[in-house]
Structure formats: structure tokens, C-alpha cells
Design a protein around this ligand. Structure first.
Ligand code: 0PR
Length: 396
């Protein structure tokens, strides 16, 4: 930092240089984020100083958050679900599993086993969490932060988690299960109904990571095929991100719990603030993202999101038809607007697409494929031009 400040003009010029080096979404087919809706950006700016870490000072923003939680609870079939707005899927996943772990450690069964087995206890009773092999890497962070063993269940041919594999990994130290509604790499939805039945039978928690799919599945024409939310009795928490397909600004995630005792297990005393308890992971929280989320959800309504999702799905179908002409096919039939393609030497193809044509695509690990996310910033022209460039890359 300089002793004396720069002029506004100098700052603006530096910022616009930096902004010029950022990629425009018009060449990005790898991201689960997109341009936020204009009304969200305006709301974000209007509430720029609002801090939900001390919401007694920002009562108006706090009321907007309550409205968002009510609307999303309603959308996910539990109008009285409780929770809060997080910074995104990672924080929601951490907090959902933290709640499971806290309640597991407090449970009378666990306490009894600690008392009866004091010597061997530490070795053999580490809590574990069963997740699909396709779970987002945030669960590796969860395992590290919370000291919970991560047990990864295998996937079936359609890249959904295998229910048999999940069952085989559960034991008396399993704190809960995770299911994904819209996996990061493949956009696949796990057999959540079956996992819900298991969670009920075993009396364990089931967290659904719908960070991406939460703003897609309820608005799809065929959404009735996919039960993934609180309609299923075993589902105990859900992560859903307005800053992905919700078209809000970053950072906007939402974590919802079925029951208030789950949220209570995250309680911390905050004696000197305007409110004496907090349930959140971070202290300071963006009220701007809350206002942005309220604005875009209420401006678009369900009809607006239906249109957005339907356009993304039309574009996805259009892309697949064009690729079929080049004899390129998806690894699985896409469920939503995430496409993983069987492309030979896909790492090389990816780097050529970036170097020669400035396209950003990504790669799936297992199975290995070229991954594209068809977000609302994608257009038919963009797909035409991408497919033409891909053809050139494949022919060289
Ligand atoms: N759960 C799922 C299913 C996700 O796909 C993601 C992120 C998360 C949780 C974590 O969400 P946050 O990143 O909001 O904490 N999925 C994207 C990914 O890892 C995030 C992303 C978005 C990455 C835009 C790059 C990008 O340009 O691919």
C-alpha cells in the first residue's frame, strides 16, 4: 500500500485492466456459475454494507432472509424447514455434517459406548459418513475439519451411487449418508428415495447436496421423476445454491434442516452482539447476497426459473444433436444441463480448445471425459461456434 492514495481515475484504470484479463462467460463452458440477474446485482449494491453476522443491526435484511428460507422450504416440500444463508455449497455441506456429528456424539447410545469401552474407544469409534464416490471435494474438507471418516460408495453404470455399496459401508459409527441431486461432474441424481428408506430404517441422517440441482430439478418438465427433497421422510437436510442456477450474486448458498434441533446443535453464544446466539459458520455474512437472492427469486418466480431451465435443456439437446453429427456421444444421457462427453485424449483436446480458441471446458475424472455445463449465459450461436472449433481440434 502506498503512503498516499491513488486517484479515482488511476484506480478505475487499474481495475478495468484487471477486468479485461478476466475471461468473459461467453467462452466459458466449465462453470456452474453465470452472470447474476440484473435485479440481483442492483439489490446487492443497495445492501452492500449489510452484515448478517450482527443481524440485530440489519432487521430488514434479516426479514428478507426469513422470506427466502420460507420460499425455498416451500419449494422443497417443507415450508417450516429451518436454516440460514451460507456462502455456498461448501459451507452448507460442512455445517450439515457438523450438525450430524454433534448430535451423534451427544446421543445416549454413543455416550454409553464411550463409558463402557473407555480403553478401546478412541481406536474403534471414529464417526464415519457414507458419501457417493461422485461427491464434491468439499466433503474431503468436511472429513478433515470435522475428523469424520469418509466412506466412498461406488457408482453404478449410470454414475448414480449404488444402494448396495452404501448399505455395505454403514455400521454403528455411521453418522449419516449423503446423496447428490445434480453431481458436479455428471449432473446425475442419486437414488434418493432408496437412500431415504435406508436412513429411516437405520435412524441416521441423510443430507442432500442439491447445490447445483436444487434450482434445476423443481423447474424441469420431467421433475416428477426425481424425488430428492423433504417430501422423502429420510431427508434431513438440503444444500441449495442461489449463486449457481438461482442467478443470484456470489456468495449465496442456503442450508435447510428438517428439524430445529439440528440447527440448534450448531449454536454458539455471541454475548456482546445485538443477538446473543449464532448458528452460522462465519461471523460476518453478506447481507448484499441475501437481498440479491430475494430480488431475483421474487422477480423471476417459478415461471421465470422454469423458462431458464427449459432454455438450458433446449441448448443441451441442441449441443448433443450437433455432437452426434461428429460421432461424439455423452458418457450418460444428461439428466440436467451438465454434459460429460466420451472424447479420445480429452486432456489434449481441452488444452487445445483453450490455447487455440480460448474455450474453457473441464474434465471428469472417473470415467474420464470432456465436461460442459450449459449455463444461462450459453446461446445457440455459442454452441455452433464451439462445435465448429471442436471439430477443427479433433481433425488436427
Ligand atoms: N456441491 C456440489 C454438487 C457442487 O457442484 C459444488 C460446487 C459444491 C457443492 C460447492 O459449492 P461452492 O463452490 O459454492 O462452495 N461446484 C462447482 C465445481 O466445483 C463450483 C464452481 C463454480 C467451480 C464455478 C468453478 C466455477 O467456475 O465445479
Amino acid at each position: 500500500m502506498n503512503e498516499t492514495g491513488l486517484s479515482e481515475e488511476e484506480i478505475r484504470s487499474i481495475l478495468s485492466d484487471s477486468k479485461g484479463k478476466d475471461l468473459k462467460y461467453e467462452r466459458v463452458l466449465s462453470s456452474m456459475c453465470t452472470y447474476p440477474h440484473k435485479i440481483a446485482v442492483q439489490a446487492h449494491m443497495q445492501f452492500i454494507e449489510s452484515n448478517m453476522g450482527d443481524f440485530g443491526l440489519f432487521r430488514g435484511t434479516y426479514n428478507l432472509e426469513k422470506e427466502i428460507l420460507g420460499s425455498l422450504g416451500d419449494l422443497l416440500h417443507k415450508a417450516d424447514a429451518v436454516g440460514y444463508m451460507t456462502t455456498g455449497g461448501t459451507e452448507s455441506n460442512i455445517q450439515a455434517i457438523r450438525s450430524m456429528r454433534n448430535l451423534f456424539l451427544q446421543s445416549p447410545e454413543y455416550q454409553k459406548s464411550v463409558n463402557s469401552n473407555k480403553k478401546t474407544h478412541n481406536k474403534c469409534s471414529r464417526p464415519n459418513l457414507v458419501v457417493p464416490d461422485s461427491a464434491h471435494f468439499s466433503f474431503d474438507k468436511v472429513s478433515d475439519i470435522l475428523d469424520v471418516e469418509l466412506r466412498k460408495a461406488s457408482l453404478d453404470d449410470e454414475l448414480k451411487v449404488s444402494v448396495e455399496s452404501v448399505k455395505s459401508l454403514i455400521d454403528e459409527n455411521t453418522i449419516g449418508l449423503v446423496a447428490i441431486a445434480g453431481s458436479t461432474e455428471f449432473g446425475q441424481v442419486d437414488p434418493i428415495k432408496e437412500l431415504s428408506d435406508i436412513a429411516v430404517e437405520k435412524n441416521i441422517f441423510l443430507h442432500v447436496d442439491a447445490a447445483f440441482g436444487g434450482f434445476v430439478l423443481p423447474f424441469m418438465k420431467t421433475s416428477c421423476e426425481f424425488d430428492f427433497d423433504f417430501k422423502l421422510p429420510g431427508v434431513t437436510s438440503i444444500a441449495i445454491d442461489p449463486h449457481k442456477m438461482g442467478l443470484s450474486t456470489i456468495p449465496a448458498g442456503v442450508l435447510l434442516f428438517r428439524d430445529s434441533h439440528q440447527l440448534e446443535s450448531l449454536k454458539a453464544d455471541t454475548p456482546y452482539l445485538t443477538v446473543s446466539t449464532q448458528y452460522t459458520l462465519t461471523g460476518t455474512r453478506s447481507g448484499a447476497a441475501v437481498a440479491a437472492t430475494y430480488a431475483v427469486m421474487n422477480y423471476l418466480g417459478k415461471e421465470g426459473y422454469r423458462k431458464t431451465v427449459s432454455r438450458c435443456m433446449e441448448l443441451t439437446d441442441y449441443l448433443l444433436d450437433k455432437l452426434a453429427e461428429l460421432d461424439i456421444h455423452p458418457l450418460i444421457k444428461p439428466v440436467m444441463n451438465v454434459v460429460a462427453l466420451e472424447v479420445p485424449e480429452c486432456d489434449l483436446v481441452r488444452s487445445k480448445l483453450a490455447k487455440e480458441f480460448n474455450w474453457q471446458v473441464s474434465i471428469t475424472q472417473n470415467p474420464h471425459g470432456l465436461r460442459l455445463v450449459i449455463m444461462p449465459h450459453v446461446s445457440f450461436e455459442m454452441i455452433d461456434s464451439f462445435v465448429a472449433d471442436l471439430k477443427k481440434v479433433l481433425n488436427t
